[in-house]
Design a binder for this molecule. Structure first.
Ligand code: ASP
Ligand code: MG
Length: 450
């Protein structure tokens, strides 16, 4: 019965202006999308974030002129699309909400995470309202509803990075989105935002609209999930680093998840989980060049190459902790990780020897003074910055004889600071100095992808 539901997500650049919206609407129409999830118009979330930072220090006059930028952008799209007055009224209501909210935050000189989420939600709420009109103009055959996703996207109350409650979302989707299944109704809705059990607005974290679309696709048992962005799918590596990249036509869920986690910017890393659970194929394509092939992410692609792609994660910090007394003692790693746990800092990669451990974190600011002080009680601490994590992603990586030597032969004289190998079938990664990344990727791409 649920067969045939297509969930399509359009990112900020696909919502940038009236032209981009019309192009995206044409795609949604052609693809027969039933649920269309949109991001805020290009740059709007950044301005909202900027506002949330300035409220504590700036004058009301300054805040107002930043608010005006957002209003003007949306009004200019509205006027170009020639939307009906009902739509302009709805937008006006949201502009009022925006102004009142910022005024309140500015008076209090306080930007709580809860207030920020309400503020940030306006970007997606405004763009979806505009886009629903744009689609409506194209499709007089179907009823298009601009749907408030907060009615179904239940999350916990961790503002700024709320976690979805899948069980509740499934129930709520069955209550509110049944017409998708049975009446062929089309819903335009917001990515990125949700609501907690107390009714407060939450957000899933920056870039979270992909995740929203995947959550809805899962909740509705969709047939496919489409992510329309500004690049024609996933490439073998970042074209800004290596000009020889090639498009990837098909890739497995696991490989794509590794790619997203290890630095490819095309997809939000958590997106693929719900799609994997629901075995929902995911398409990534460009709304600017919809005729290009794009990338399909599937459970079982026919081809399983040893190395499919390469990713780079920048700004890595390597922390090494050494304690010679740990020779043959137990509990060293336990105590190290207890410190990270107490400070709620996530560790990404790790290698150990008997008396030392090296690990990476994503952001050097996470290594605050207190964390370092606690670690220093366990041994000598050494921190290195300006490193990048280079990953080779593919299949059967940890069971292929000779691969490590091929990788190091290709790297030649490039100094490798740390290696992670063996834990994953799909990933081989190592740290190099940031400045060596283009050379390392260039050599490896030539050797393994061609
Ligand atoms: N608008 C939000 C952001 O810019 C969410 C998204 O675009 O995915 O982070
Ligand atoms: Mg985005």
């Amino acid at each position: 019965m649920n067969q045939g539901i297509v969930v399509s997500k359009f990112g900020g650049s696909s919502m940038a202006d009236a032209t981009a919206m019309r192009r995206s609407a044409a795609i949604a129409h052609k693809q027969n999308s039933s649920i269309i999830v949109v991001s805020a118009t290009y740059g709007t979330t950044n301005i909202l974030v900027e506002l949330s930072k300035m409220v504590t220090t700036a004058t009301w006059e300054n805040c107002k002129s930043t608010i005006q930028k957002i209003i003007d952008n949306h009004l200019s799209i509205a006027s170009e699309l020639e939307v009906p007055s009902q739509c302009t009224n709805d937008l006006d209501e949201m502009f009022k909400e925006l102004t009142t909210l910022v005024r309140g935050m500015n008076l209090l000189k306080e930007a709580t995470p809860k207030a920020c989420d309400s503020l940030f939600s306006l970007g997606e709420r405004m763009s979806s309202r505009l886009f629903s009109e744009c689609l409506n103009q194209l499709r007089d055959d179907t009823e298009i509803e601009c749907f408030d996703v907060r009615k179904v996207l239940r999350t916990n109350s961790q503002y700024g990075k709320a976690a979805p409650n899948f069980e509740e979302i499934k129930k709520l989707a069955d209550q509110h989105l049944l017409d998708v299944k049975y009446a062929g109704r089309v819903f335009v809705t917001q990515g990125f935002i949700g609501k907690d059990a107390n009714g407060a607005t939450t957000t899933l974290g920056r870039g979270g609209s992909d995740y929203s679309a995947a959550i809805l696709a899962y909740a509705l048992g969709a047939e496919k999930l489409e992510i329309w962005t500004d690049v024609a799918g996933i490439a073998t590596t970042d074209p800004r680093i290596c000009p020889d990249t090639k498009p990837i036509n098909v890739i497995s869920f696991q490989e794509a998840a590794e790619l997203a986690t290890f630095g490819a910017k095309v997809l939000h890393p958590t997106t693929l989980l719900p799609a994997m659970w629901g075995d929902i194929p995911v398409f990534v394509g460009s709304s600017f060049e919809p005729e290009k092939e794009g990338t399909w992410i599937r459970k079982n692609p026919e081809e399983r190459p040893l190395i499919r792609a390469m990713a780079v994660r920048k700004d890595q910090t390597l922390l090494t902790l050494k304690n010679p007394n740990m020779l043959h003692a137990h509990g060293f790693l336990f105590n190290v990780f207890k410190v990270f746990n107490n400070h709620e800092v996530s560790v990404d990669s790790i290698t150990t020897s008997e008396i030392s451990v090296s690990l990476t974190v994503d952001d050097s600011t996470l290594l605050n003074k207190n964390l370092i002080r606690d670690l220093e009680e366990l041994g000598e601490v050494h921190v290195e910055e300006d490193l990048s994590l280079v990953s080779l992603i593919g299949n059967n990586i940890n069971h292929t004889p000779g691969l490590a030597s091929d990788i190091f032969n290709a790297l030649g004289d490039i100094n490798v600071r740390m290696i992670c190998f063996g834990a994953s079938k799909h990933n081989f990664c190592f740290l190099v100095n940031e400045t060596m990344v283009p050379e390392a990727i260039g050599r490896l791409h030539k050797r393994f992808i061609g």
